[in-house]
Write a protein of this length. Structure first.
Lengths: 143, 889
């Protein structure tokens, strides 16, 4: 499968080899006019990004004042996050400023991240947060 | 870059940080191109360059300004190019006063607000007027607060109109050319020697190499990375290079330009489709209360119908976006749902947000593949800020430090925080890797490349696409039936994307929405082919107008994969570049004013008289049939007002800007100021630091004194941060991989043998580095790659610090974070922090543990006499020096 390296912004072509629904190797794509088959140490190691034994594949939750994580299933977590999103938005809503000008926003919810994500993902994040009035969306491009 | 005859790499270690891209530098060099590396450190980039010039971090504008001066003083500028294609001949208003005349400040400085009123920098207008901004002047303090510089990512600042006054002889003292000439006259080789630490002989070599490799037959390319952007005047570093490249005719031509080497796979995409507070897709600004209260005000402020070029059509781009987001709910009667957009009231960037967290104003925070506890400046402020949240959602592949600071972060160790006191709920949600989802990245040259999905994500891992689609769905479901007016934008949002069996939305359907479509007429429903098809009457949609065309004919052009070996050098059938699949921007400048190639050797786009259109190796970045000699009346406005010799079609006057009458909040011309923290006094002006830098005078953000004022010697050394080949930023995608962790297992610092001797540092032993904010430890690498520089009458030692490690127990390798040393002082154009230069001390041995660490930092602060005012004076008082913190002299 043709892919693109997820590290820096050169955009080297990758070929992803799959066996039994598992990634078994990632190599440089010789067809790419950008990279001509080459990958750097990070790109060459990206199979481990997928298969590293230390990778997290389960949802974890830390309760207030807790010293450890606990398990939570995904749908419960997303439901809890949606509730918190709605509650924080309501509590911190700013409809107008002191001069009666429209603000229509919340300063109580923020996000950071996007430079490692897809265009389509950034698009949905920006669209949803803007519609919710959460203006503080930021990513590595500010840094 | 492969076509360049000379490549200057400055503010980047390209061979190590963009190794595969560097093959094109190697190609150019193999063909005979000269490669010069200008950097505080000797690196593998330097090792294969023709020459390495060590430079004092933060002094780049002195060097670039001296090159500009050299080019003008020696009459080496490209006259035909400069006169026709830049604003060199344009007259500036007589009220303008240069920094040369006002001790380092330009006219219009407002010391109370620490910002400029830029109205005196305007172009001259007939009848003694000045060409202003279409919506009237905006104070620099307000423009800076909304980081307005970011809005010029796809075009220049707006002008009321483009009926400029010109003197084509360039002799009038008020021409841009003469102003630039005067401004840089004192940027001499001697100044370079005394400020940058670069010898006159080395400067002569650099200047000669660049100018001998520029002109009709030859081109020089610059490449930079965050070594240029992460400064309190970072945007001006790049502007300085832009002026030089325009003077030499190196823009819009093969082997020319200024290459931004960006560090994340889609950081360009996340700027174009911005998860940024101040932008909407395609570099449209987020509306600000007071400036953009109505759609009419918003459209007027963004562009005038009387200015030249394609930004004059920004109304079509805006309304097409509103139609994409709110569909049928966006009508002419409600101004296309413009009031569904939230408003800005000042600076709401990531550093402001963290300070808001500390004031308990932020309840919830999402971290999406980013690790600010390690990767953002002032790590301690980042972590303490998060400890004030009610809830935190971390979505990542690995258990990064930003998810675990509450149990094993540095503040737990120092005793500042105790887990049992922290109220923050933390959700860790595992994310999908790049091969477990399909979608597009936009790489550093604006090229969109599609990735196909190879496997399904394991366990509970999800793409951001799926997570946010489902979160949006759930929020809308929970709000369904709400009569609250505030919920209308969420409930009316277009949010229907086809999903697969796992509930994963189809990413191609999102790309199609980004591309846009016709809503009415015979083509209703069909994808648009080009942004020029967008209309302001609600008949088109586009989620990001600069990407329109990526899905033309319903084909995903980001997935185009004709092998490179079967194509010409522009390889236009691999992926898709915005705008309109153009690979070199402003490429009309690759031909002379008459439309002929400047030379056979540098032929790229030219006018074909027989066909009556522009042709060549690339998609012409120009109206396709606009003849070279065309001279339409500029008052008609928009694309129709462009002349045949206006290559810069997104600029409001069609020209490349040597002087920026609008758009920058800290000066129309790059001017050297020292960093927020610097042991060196500014020799060019009494003004020490950039007067318009964004300062945060707070007890938790102290700055070291500068320029020999009392206490400077407490933090006598300069440090600069950088990346290694084997790691990626804050390590979230590298320190959990055994291969990469084994290759670069631990935090270290690079010091020169001279500094090691001065401070008694043992090779491979430990050192503690102390700044005005924090102290960290690192293994010592003593190396001649670090060069002590003689600057004026003293020696400046620089310390190199990679910033990939963080404190925690989850990664394969951990260590102290260099970013903990940094404070928060920002560039006012874009609100990027100054992290490539700061002051510190270094001493042998490990840092103390527990509360003793805080005591060490406090002892230094006390010894240096730091107060919140230290380093934070807006205008330098020459009598008093920079240091206002100690007793009044």
């Amino acid at each position: 499968m043709q892919s693109v390296c997820p590290y820096c912004a050169v955009g080297c072509g990758q070929r992803v080899y799959v066996k039994d629904e598992k990634v078994v190797q990632i190599e440089g794509d010789p067809d790419s006019p950008i990279s001509r088959g080459r990958l750097c140490p990070k790109g060459s190691a990206s199979e481990q990004l997928v298969n590293s034994p230390g990778r997290q594949t389960k949802v974890l939750y830390r309760a207030p004042r807790a010293k450890e994580w606990q398990r939570l299933d995904l749908s419960t977590a997303v439901d809890m996050i949606a509730d918190r999103f709605i509650e924080s938005r309501r509590r911190t809503w700013q409809q107008e400023d002191d001069e009666g000008r429209l603000l229509r926003r919340t300063m109580g919810i923020a996000s950071l991240g996007g430079a490692t994500l897809d265009n389509e993902e950034n698009y949905l994040i920006k669209k949803l947060f803007t519609a919710a009035g959460a203006v503080q969306t930021e990513n590595q491009a500010r840094i | 870059m492969a076509n360049a005859d000379c490549i200057i790499i400055q503010g980047s270690n390209m061979a190590e940080c963009h190794p595969v891209g560097f093959q094109w530098v190697a190609e150019a060099k193999a063909r005979g191109a000269k490669v010069i590396h200008i950097d505080p450190r000797f690196t593998r980039t330097s090792a294969v360059a023709d020459k390495h010039l060590p430079i004092r971090a933060g002094s780049d504008v002195v060097l670039l300004g001296a090159l500009i001066n050299y080019v003008i003083a020696n009459d080496l500028w490209f006259k035909e190019y400069v006169t026709a294609y830049t604003n060199a001949a344009t007259l500036v208003h007589e009220d303008y006063r240069d920094a040369e005349d006002l001790g380092g400040l330009f006219s219009g400085f407002d010391p109370e607000k620490g910002a400029y009123d830029n109205s005196s920098w305007a172009y001259d207008e007939a009848d003694e007027g000045a060409i202003g901004e279409p919506a009237g002047p905006e104070h620099g303090a307000e423009a800076g607060a909304r980081a307005s510089g970011d809005t010029f990512g796809s075009g220049g600042p707006p002008l009321e109109h483009a009926e400029v006054l010109r003197d084509d002889t360039l002799q009038d003292p008020r021409t841009v050319f003469q102003i630039v000439k005067r401004h840089y006259a004192r940027y001499t080789p001697e100044m370079v020697r005394d400020m940058c630490g670069i010898s006159e002989a080395d400067f002569a070599y650099l200047a000669k190499t660049i100018t001998e490799n520029s002109g009709r037959d030859r081109t020089t390319c610059f490449a930079y990375a965050v070594g240029w952007t992460q400064h309190s005047l970072g945007a001006q570093f790049i502007r300085a290079a832009a002026i030089l490249q325009l003077l030499l005719g190196n823009v819009g031509r093969p082997g020319g330009g200024i290459m931004a080497l960006r560090g994340h796979a889609s950081i360009q995409g996340s700027t174009d489709i911005p998860t940024l507070f101040n932008l909407l897709p395609g570099y449209l600004p987020m509306p600000s209360a007071g400036r953009h209260d109505t759609l009419e005000e918003y459209l007027k402020a963004n562009a005038s119908k009387n200015q030249k070029g394609f930004w004059a059509d920004a109304d079509a781009y805006t309304i097409s976006l509103l139609k994409a987001w709110w569909g049928d709910a966006a009508t002419a009667d409600n101004d296309w749902a413009y009031d569904y957009l939230p408003r800005l009231t000042g600076a709401h960037g990531t550093y402001e947000t963290v300070m808001s967290m500390l004031r308990d104003e932020v309840e919830g925070y999402f971290l999406l593949g980013q690790n600010p506890a390690v990767g953002s400046a002032h790590g301690r402020m980042q972590r303490l800020g998060m400890s004030h949240l009610k809830w935190l959602v971390v979505r990542d592949l690995n258990m990064i430090e930003s998810a675990t600071w509450w149990k094993d972060g540095p503040e737990i160790e120092s005793g500042e925080l105790r887990s049992e006191d922290i109220e923050t709920e933390v959700f860790f949600l595992p994310a999908a890797t790049h091969v477990e989802k399909a979608g597009s990245f936009t790489q550093t040259q604006r090229l969109l490349q599609w990735r196909h999905q190879a496997v399904a994500p394991p366990g509970e891992c999800q793409s951001e696409l799926q997570f946010f689609y489902e979160l949006g769905h759930l929020i809308r479901e929970k709000l369904a039936g709400s009569q609250d007016e505030r919920d209308r934008p969420l409930l009316d949002l277009t949010w229907d994307y086809p999903t697969d069996d796992h509930g994963d939305p189809d990413p191609e359907s999102v790309l199609a929405e980004i591309n846009g479509r016709h809503l009415t007429g015979p083509d209703a429903g069909k994808p648009l082919s080009a942004y020029t098809e967008l209309r302001a009457d609600g008949s088109t949609t586009a989620g990001c107008w600069i990407y329109t065309g990526v899905y033309a004919e319903g084909i995903n052009h980001a997935a185009n994969r004709k092998p490179g070996q079967e194509q010409g050098p522009a390889a236009t059938e691999w992926g898709w570049a915005w705008p309109a699949n153009r690979r070199i921007l402003y490429n009309r400048a690759s031909a002379d004013p008459a439309g002929k190639p400047w030379s056979e050797r540098k032929k790229y786009i030219w006018w074909d008289e027989d066909q009556g259109k522009w042709v060549g190796e690339d998609v012409p970045d120009f109206p396709p049939t606009l003849a070279p000699g065309s001279k339409p009346d500029p008052s008609v406005g928009g694309p129709a007002a462009l002349s045949g010799d206006d290559p810069f079609i997104m600029q409001s006057d069609g020209k490349g800007w040597l002087f920026a009458p609008k758009g920058l909040v800290d000066g129309p011309l790059p001017t050297h100021y020292e960093a927020q923290e610097s042991p060196v006094a500014n020799r060019l002006y009494p003004q020490q630091q950039s007067p318009a830098r964004l300062k945060y005078p707070r007890k938790d953000n102290l700055s070291a004194p500068s320029a020999g004022s009392p206490g400077t010697d407490v933090y006598p050394y300069v440090f600069t941060t950088y990346r290694l080949t084997e790691h990626h930023t804050a390590g979230g995608m590298s320190r959990w991989l055994p291969y990469l962790s084994e290759l670069q297992p631990e935090m270290f610092c690079e010091v020169s043998p001279e500094l090691a001797a001065e401070r008694g540092l043992e090779p491979y032993g430990w050192a503690t580095i102390i700044s005005a904010r924090s102290a960290i430890e690192a293994k010592v690498l003593v190396t001649e790659r670090m060069t002590p520089l003689t600057v004026g009458d003293h020696t400046v030692h620089q310390i190199g610090l990679p910033y990939h490690w963080g404190v925690g127990n989850s990664a394969v390798v951990s260590g102290d974070a260099a970013n903990d040393l940094l404070g928060v002082t920002l560039d006012p154009n874009v609100q990027i922090q100054e992290s490539k230069v700061a002051s510190c001390d270094i001493r042998p041995g490990r840092r103390p543990r527990g509360p003793e660490l805080l005591a060490l930092v406090a002892e230094y602060q006390e010894r240096a006499g730091l107060t919140v005012e230290t380093g934070n004076r807006t205008v330098t008082d020459p009598a008093e020096g920079e240091h206002p913190g100690g007793p009044t002299p």
